[in-house]
Design a binder for this molecule. Sequence first.
Ligand SMILES: [Zn+2]
Ligand SMILES: [Zn+2]
Ligand SMILES: [Zn+2]
Length: 257
Amino acid sequence: MTFITNDCVTNTLELLPGADRPRPCLQKVFDDESGRWVPAHWATCDNPNCRGCVPREAEHGKLCRTCYSKITDALSRVEELIVHFRSIDKTAQAIGERVDTSMTKSIVIPDAWLAADGLMEALGAPPIPSTASIDDTFELARQAVGEWADVDSIIATREGAKRAVVLVKRLQTALKRWPDAEVLYRPIPWFVCEQCRTRGSLWRRSPVEQGDDLLIECGTPDCGWSAEWFGWIETHKQALETFAAEWMRMQKEGGAA
Ligand SMILES: [Zn+2]
Ligand SMILES: [Zn+2]
Ligand SMILES: [Zn+2]
């Protein structure tokens, strides 16, 4: 009997941390009894707890056909999503990060930013500096994805194929946590609109397209007030620091953010 040694790389990734490790890709066979495709077993397998033991064959470099289509899809979306993850976060944390200087150390980098950096890392690029603007971020992400233009030669190596499946895994995890619908508007608690004087009517709006500004907008019908986000932050630095400190205190006490 000849064993297939050209398995999809997902079958040989023991050294990856659990969060990055995809499930091994297995061959499936049609089961007449259940009428379904089920994981295949080696003829010698008599382990009743085995969930499939025949690896799927690599057809594109070190990746099986499914993994190949996943990385192709991921590469078409990851640039946008990195920017997207950079523009979402828990509002108070983002405020704290951007208010910066004196309180930088006490503020946790938003999880979504870490997710963006995780994607950059999987692409083989350095993390995005916390001072990067949205346009900077677009550019850094574009360059990182650009390095994958010849994806076939990257996944021809074991190391490249590994990075590809890690990228896909991180993208899936991040998308599950921050589904697309969540992104565009985030409420800004505490503040009063400077035009219509309504409290709690302000929203932070993520850029929709490259070149768009990150904005703060009032949601009161007929008000229509809006301003550029970072300028607004600068103006309200003092109050924001106070609120961010208060928010941190509430977090520590287990209160709602
Ligand atoms: Zn088995
Ligand atoms: Zn695979
Ligand atoms: Zn208003």
